[in-house]
Design a protein around this ligand. Structure first.
Ligand SMILES: [Zn+2]
Length: 335
């Protein structure tokens, strides 16, 4: 009897494992570009996730891969510094009032990030702001809170971080309470420090439904999070409200907030400006219109991808994290 129970238990476990792998295989075959695009969107390298990897391991491996990138530093002004490398681009406002940090990299590089922040002067870690819920932008929230900082984000970021997510082959459990934002807003928020006014505003669903911009009025710097991938096709997270038309509207909002001197910080890619954001916005519109025409004329996804509707754009935009065929697939599925 006991043996039978054990056999049934083992059979059930094997069945569950097999089902999970089958689902993963389906995702790879049909939900492609999810697995591949995710790996590349979050790590600008030729990382490829193995389809059979358990989703929890996939997320851990992604963290480890992203953590290999060194932290690069770029001054944006006398008290504003951009850090890039192991996750989305970070902007730090520093000075005697303390530090206000936008985004967090992945948790595995917290010691290096803390070192870099400590090197900017003795002011306390006052605030960290999450541009959206994705882990490569919010992963070290708990570390910041432990260091005494408040965590500011949109209402939806707190909601999304409290949920379970299966995204691009990776599995995310709800964040523990200690990692959640401590101060959230629906439309706008403003912080004052070091003679700077830091304005936060909601961007209606674009890359996700949690996106915000952060604008430094004095320094004329605008952080757009992952609404802006500078110089490359973006990743769009349809599982939490992202859409191609939302991305275009978000880019337009960024343009409205910029002048010709504004330093525009993307979620991924090098520091940009209004001209770079304009080129990116125009590319999004071009691809959207081309794919829309083909889809409206009745072409299947496979036919549209095979037709390579972005061929003339790929030399400029297709060398980044999201490959041309992945981007066309995203756009097709989101129209
Ligand atoms: Zn993102």
């Amino acid at each position: 009897m006991r043996d039978t129970h054990e056999a049934q238990a083992i059979t059930r476990r094997v069945w569950i494992r097999t089902s999970t792998m089958f689902a993963g295989g389906l995702a790879l075959a049909h939900g492609w570009p999810w697995l591949r695009a995710s790996a590349e969107a979050w790590a600008p390298s030729d990382l490829a996730l193995q389809s059979a990897a358990p989703p929890e391991d996939a997320a851990a491996r992604m963290r480890a891969q992203i953590a290999k990138s060194p932290i690069a530093t770029l001054a944006l002004g006398s008290n504003l510094t951009m850090l890039s490398g192991p996750g989305g681009n970070i902007v730090v406002l520093h000075g005697k009032d303390g530090k206000i940090v936008v985004d967090t990299f992945v948790q595995t590089v917290w010691p290096q990030l803390k070192n870099a922040l400590d090197g900017m002067g003795p002011g306390p870690l006052r605030t960290v702001i999450d541009t959206h819920w994705h882990f490569d932008h919010s992963d070290s929230n708990a570390n910041f809170r432990e260091a005494g900082a408040e965590v500011v984000a949109h209402d939806n970021t707190r909601t999304r971080m409290s949920q379970t997510h299966d995204l691009l082959g990776m599995h995310f459990e709800p964040s523990p309470p200690a990692a959640l934002p401590t101060r959230t807003f629906a439309a706008t928020d403003t912080l004052q420090a070091n003679g700077e006014s830091v304005e936060l505003g909601y961007i209606p669903p674009a890359h996700t439904d949690t996106d915000i911009y952060v604008r430094y009025a004095g320094g004329n710097v605008l952080h757009l999070g992952d609404v802006f991938f500078n110089g490359m096709y973006p990743f769009i997270d349809a599982t939490t409200g992202g859409s191609i038309n939302g991305m275009i509207a978000g880019a337009d909002k960024g343009l409205d907030l910029s002048d010709n001197q504004t330093k525009v910080v993307p979620g991924h890619g090098p520091l940009g400006d209004k001209a770079a954001l304009t080129r990116y916005r125009d590319m999004l519109v071009t691809v959207r219109d081309r794919v829309q025409r083909l889809k409206t004329s009745g072409r299947s996804l496979d036919e549209v991808v095979a037709q390579k509707p972005t061929a003339d754009l790929d030399a400029t935009w297709g060398k980044g994290s999201t490959r041309p065929e992945n981007f066309v697939t995203l756009v097709y599925n989101l129209l």
